[in-house]
Design a protein around this ligand. Structure first.
Ligand code: SF4
Length: 329
């Protein structure tokens, strides 16, 4: 015990602890397409099964934090369920009724009946723990939730199934985005089609096409397998390389500063407001601090609009001007 540093021991033990926590979710994952993969890049999902990589320490901590947050929320959800007289079931595994290669693992399902078979109403809660809560849920979160809603609805057609994303960050801020999503036939069928396509590639040992996104920067297969990046031209000019390094470093710093800014705002709000007095405006030193409430943003689900009101969608759709984006991925 005394011969090794604490850090080295933590790093040695962390992978097995995380593996144990996610055993149930990961069971048999090499033969199935799961809900968390449906919303992401198909190539990355298949490669991660074919060539699994060891997650680094920050990623392992991210997993552990997510798990710990989920466990600490157990009592909160039990209390809410009791208050409404609903049944709460954690960790619900659901397969596509005709294809056991498509599977979801749902964090929590509230139901108005003692079992899911006899319930007429269900509410899914998909919990997300991220460093900073995005202003609107990521598309991949919504697609994962829609797939969960779809599979549950398909399995229990007698019920009305809805779902929410519940996101928390490290400072204690939380959001459910003020939306409860409903079953959407078009989205569900599209996701099942995508899942079947991915499954076919998985079983045949072939590669699906990649889908580029902001998450490519974190992809372990970017430079080894992904045609989008592997075939990118290599530039070795010192000046370009130094500029790219600098931009990458600044981008990292901006993210850290934004995260800190959010934490400080949350702390200030806790110090200056209360449940009875949620607003504040006052002079602190030479600065004026204002804490106010604004109306939530009104948004519209474009996929539903296009599916159910195609004429209105076509008439109101506006394309913005193309613009250039510079990113260090
Ligand atoms: S780099 Fe991006 S596009 Fe390529 S496999 Fe990874 S996630 Fe997919």
């Amino acid at each position: 015990m005394f011969q090794h540093s604490l850090i080295s021991q933590v790093e040695e033990v962390l992978p097995s602890v995380c593996k144990k926590n996610s055993e149930e979710v990961l069971e048999g994952r090499n033969k199935i397409i799961g809900g968390s993969e449906i919303g992401g890049c198909p190539l990355k999902a298949i490669l991660s099964k074919r060539y699994p990589t060891e997650p680094d320490v920050p990623t392992l901590w991210h997993y552990l934090r997510g798990h710990t947050r989920e466990v600490s929320l157990d009592l909160v959800h039990v209390t809410i369920a009791k208050r409404y007289g609903w049944k709460l079931t954690n960790q619900v595994r659901v397969y596509h009724p005709q294809n056991r290669g498509l599977r979801v693992h749902i964090d929590r399902v509230y139901s108005n009946g003692e079992t899911l078979e006899i319930s007429t109403q269900m509410l899914i809660v998909e919990e997300k723990c991220s460093a900073v809560i995005p202003d609107t849920p990521w598309d991949s979160w919504i697609e994962q939730l829609q797939f969960q809603i779809g599979l549950l609805q398909h399995t229990y057609p007698q019920a009305e199934v809805r779902g929410s994303v519940y996101a928390t960050d490290l400072s204690g801020a939380h959001s459910d985005y003020g939306v409860k999503f409903s079953y959407n036939d078009t989205i569900y069928k599209r996701l099942v089609k995508k899942g079947n396509m991915m499954l076919k590639h998985l079983l045949n040992g072939t590669d699906p096409l990649p889908t580029e996104s902001m998450l490519c920067g974190f992809c372990a297969y970017k430079l080894t397998h992904c045609p989008k990046f592997r075939q990118a031209p290599q530039i070795t000019s010192d000046e370009v390389m130094a500029t790219v390094e600098e931009l990458g470093e600044i981008t990292k710093q901006v993210k850290t500063i934004q995260k800190r800014q959010k934490e400080i705002k949350f702390h200030l709000r806790k110090m200056l407001t209360s449940q009875d007095q949620p607003r504040f405006k006052g002079k602190i030193g030479e600065k004026v601090v204002s804490i106010s409430r604004r109306n939530g943003r009104v948004t519209c689900d474009l996929m539903v609009l296009e599916d159910q009101f195609p004429d209105a969608y076509a008439q109101t759709r506006k394309n913005g001007n193309d613009y250039t984006v510079v990113e260090v991925i």
